[in-house]
Design a protein around this ligand. Structure first.
Ligand code: ATP
Length: 244
């Protein structure tokens, strides 16, 4: 099964990215890379600047500085709605499925950026193979799904564009521990397929379980970065972010 388009070697590079809201600095000149097939996590406490970083990367809030590149292409001036055409899929915080539309219509809306063709239906079948529960509920209204099912739908919808890189903002938010386990399994499956992942989370345990590298953000800056294996054994990270 191949739900992603992760066949072209392209590295996402974020350099000196800054975000200001009025006079307040939310993200201060941060940088990181996501190599093809790698999964990278951004963890940090409430208000550390994680969501602002993703939203600035996607062009959803104005950047006050910085460059974004995917391989050789400069995406710094690309508008949010066009990011998808450059192979970046986005699963926003809070899921944002269309509650009054069926599961299948939500998924088909994910394919809006491509011309509909037989490939669209093949992609739909692949998403259903990955998330059998969505197939079972294809005719149901998205608003009738549980939180975990809506999160799968939001991920499935982003995958309809065959991204090379999937950017996820707090996919575990508001989910029960069991459903967090389901999301972990989904992300591990996507990683196995070779899709690049950029995952923002408050749940450090989930993040370390999925990613190869992590950034710890504090007060809009990169406080620590390294391999997830090393960071997850760091005494300060264990105390502050894993509660151990
Ligand atoms: P959370 O996990 O709660 O989403 P976060 O790490 O994602 O937190 P951000 O949401 O990026 O952090 O917030 C970073 C800082 O920017 C915070 O101080 C927040 O209050 C501020 N902020 C975020 N969005 C706005 C906005 N639209 N206008 C003004 N300030 C904002």
């Amino acid at each position: 099964m191949k739900v992603s388009g992760a066949d072209t070697a392209q590295t996402l590079s974020v350099e000196e990215l800054s975000v200001h809201y009025g006079g307040v600095c939310a993200v201060s000149s941060i940088g990181f890379t996501v190599e093809p097939g790698r999964s990278v996590g951004i963890i940090g406490a409430n208000g550390a600047g994680k969501t602002s970083t993703l939203r600035a990367l996607m062009g959803l809030v104005p950047r006050s500085g910085g460059r974004i590149r995917l391989g050789e292409r400069d995406l710094s001036k690309v508008k949010a709605r066009d990011m998808v055409r450059h192979g970046i899929g986005y699963v926003p915080e809070g899921r944002h499925v269309f509650p009054g539309l069926s599961v299948e219509k939500n998924l088909l809306l994910g394919a809006y950026s491509r011309a509909w063709d037989k490939d669209t239906h093949q992609q739909l079948d692949e998403i259903y193979a990955m998330f059998p529960v969505l197939k079972e509920m294809r005719e149901r209204l998205a608003g009738a799904l549980s939180g975990g099912q809506q999160q799968m739908l939001a991920i499935g919808r982003a995958l309809m564009t065959r991204p090379r890189l999937l950017v996820l903002d707090e996919p575990s938010m508001g989910l029960s521990p069991k459903l967090v386990g389901t999301i972990l399994d989904v992300l591990l499956k996507l990683r196995e397929e070779g899709l690049s992942l950029l995952l923002v989370e408050q749940n450090a345990k989930l993040t370390f379980g999925v990613t190869s590298h992590c950034i710890v953000m504090e007060n809009g800056e990169v406080a620590m970065s390294g391999t997830s294996a090393v960071l997850s054994h760091d005494p300060r990270v264990r105390e502050v972010y894993l509660g151990l």
